[in-house]
Design a protein around this ligand. Structure first.
Ligand code: SAM
Length: 382
C-alpha cells in the first residue's frame, strides 16, 4: 500500500483541537518559541503526538526504533549489563521506554538465561504509552519478571545499576536558531491565514548556548539547541551513585554535527514512515526529532563521570558480538534465518541505522571494560 503524508481521518479532529489551542496561545502572547510548539505538538496531555497516536513504532506506524526491529538489539547489550551489574547493583532504569520493546526483550532474555535482576524502573511521560507498555509486559513476561517492573514519574534521588535511553534525547523539545550576517535570530512560531509560520526574533547575546562554536558557523546557518540536555544530565549525575548510563541516539560529535553541509539543521518529522522537514504541518500527528550533540552531552557530564566509549551503533553491536547472536539461529530454518538477517542488516547497515545512531556510555564509581567499545572508540572526538 502506498504511504502518504496525510494523517488518518480520525486523527484530524484531535490535530484540529491542538492547532486551535496553540493558535490561541499565540494570539494571547505573540509568537512562541519552537521548543514550546514542539512540547505541545509531541507531549500535550490530551492531544500531543505521543499521547494520541496509535502504533507509533510499528510497521503500520510512523517510524521504527532499534528495540522494535529486533530482540537481537537488546540481547547484544546483555553481556555489558552483566559487567556493570558485577561492579554495581542489578538494576536497570530506562528513560522514555515507549512501548516497552527493550524492557520486554531484556527481561525475557535474562529470564531464559537465569540471570536474576533486582528491579527494572521505567520513566515514560506518555500515559497512553505507559498503559500499553504495562499491558504488553503483563502479557509477555513471567509473573516473577513482571513483578520487578516499576513505573516512576521522575528520576529517583539515588540509583545504582544501568541507566538506558534509546532515542530519548532526540525527542526532547529544541529551540531553533539561525545565524544571518553575524547576527543570531531565534526561529519562533506564529500564525497567518490560519497556518503556522516561522518568524525571526533577534537574540540578545549567545551566553545561552553552553559554548557552542557559533562563531565558526557560516552565514545563513540554522541549528537547534535544547536547554533540556542540561536539566537531564544534571539530574542523571545526581541520581547515579554507581553504575553506567547508556545514551543511544541519532547524532554526531559537535564537529560533524555543525558541518557547513548541515546548514539547514537536523530537525525531521516522521509520518507513515516518510520523513520531511516541516514541523508546522500535521500538528500532533507526526513525530518531530532532532540529532543529538554528543559533545555537548559529554561536556555537560564533565569530570563527574568516566567516559566508557562513543561508537556507532554498528560498531557497538558488532563489538558486543551481535554476529554470534545471529549464528545461534538455525540457517536451515530459512524463513526465520532470513528474517533475522534482515533485522541485523537494518541495525548495522550504514544505509539504515548503523552509522547515524551512536552509542555513548559514561560510568561512575565502577572499574569496568565494556565489550561494545572494545574497537573503534571515537570518544576522543567528543
Ligand atoms: C522516540 S521515542 C523512543 C521510545 C523507545 N525508547 C524506543 O526506542 O522505542 C521517545 C520516547 O521518550 C518519551 N519521552 C519524551 N520525553 C520524556 C520525558 N521527559 N520523560 C519520560 N519520557 C519521555 C516519549 O514519550 C517516547 O516514548
Amino acid at each position: 500500500m502506498k504511504k502518504n503524508l496525510k494523517p488518518l481521518e480520525e486523527d484530524v479532529s484531535s490535530s484540529d483541537k491542538l492547532k486551535a489551542l496553540v493558535q490561541s496561545e499565540i494570539l494571547l502572547q505573540g509568537p512562541i518559541s519552537f521548543s514550546r510548539y514542539m512540547q505541545l505538538a509531541l507531549y500535550h496531555p490530551n492531544y500531543g503526538y505521543y499521547q494520541v497516536k496509535k502504533n507509533i513504532f510499528g510497521s503500520d506506524g510512523d517510524f521504527v526504533t532499534s528495540p522494535n526491529i529486533s530482540t537481537m538489539f537488546a540481547e547484544t547489550f546483555l553481556n555489558d549489563f552483566k559487567v556493570i551489574f558485577a561492579s554495581s547493583s542489578k538494576n536497570i532504569l530506562e528513560l522514555g521506554a515507549g512501548n516497552g520493546a527493550f524492557c520486554q526483550s531484556v527481561m525475557q532474555l535474562f529470564d531464559e538465561k537465569g540471570v536474576d535482576i533486582d528491579q527494572y524502573y521505567i520513566i515514560e511521560s506518555s500515559p497512553t504509552l505507559v498503559k500499553s507498555c504495562q499491558q504488553r509486559l503483563k502479557e509477555n513476561l513471567s509473573s516473577a519478571a513482571y513483578s520487578k517492573i516499576n513505573w516512576l514519574k521522575s528520576l529517583p534521588s539515588s540509583f545504582k545499576g544501568v541507566v538506558f535511553m534509546n532515542e530519548f534525547f532526540d525527542a526532547l523539545p529544541v529551540d531553533i536558531f539561525v545565524k544571518k550576517d553575524d547576527k543570531l535570530f531565534e526561529k519562533c512560531v506564529s500564525i497567518k491565514n490560519d497556518k503556522f509560520i516561522w518568524v525571526l526574533s533577534e537574540m540578545k547575546g549567545n551566553q545561552y548556548f553552553e559554548n557552542l562554536p557559533i562563531h565558526t558557523f557560516p552565514a545563513d546557518y540554522t541549528f537547534e539547541f535544547s536547554n533540556l540536555y542540561k536539566y537531564w544530565v544534571d539530574t542523571l549525575k545526581k541520581t547515579l551513585q554507581q553504575g553506567a548510563i547508556y545514551i543511544v541516539d541519532y547524532g554526531f560529535h559537535a564537529k560533524e554535527l555543525f558541518h557547513p553541509d548541515r546548514s539547514a539543521g537536523t530537525l525531521m518529522c516522521y509520518l507513515n514512515h516518510q520523513s520531511h522537514s516541516d514541523p508546522l504541518i500535521n500538528i500532533g500527528q507526526q513525530d518531530i526529532s532532532c540529532h543529538v550533540n554528543f559533545s555537548l552531552l559529554k561536556n555537560l557530564f564533565g569530570n563527574d563521570v568516566q567516559i566508557e566509549g562513543f561508537v556507532s551503533q554498528a560498531n557497538y553491536l558488532i563489538n558486543a558480538n551481535i554476529l554470534d547472536i545471529l549464528k545461534s539461529y538455525n540457517p536451515k530454518d530459512v524463513v526465520n534465518y532470513s528474517k533475522k538477517t534482515a533485522e541485523l542488516n537494518m541495525l548495522i547497515s550504514p544505509a539504515e541505522m548503523g552509522d547515524l545512531i551512536k552509542v555513548m556510555s559514561v560510568s561512575k564509581e565502577v572499574d569496568i571494560q565494556l565489550h561494545g567499545f572494545s574497537k573503534n572508540d571515537r570518544s576522543f572526538l567528543l
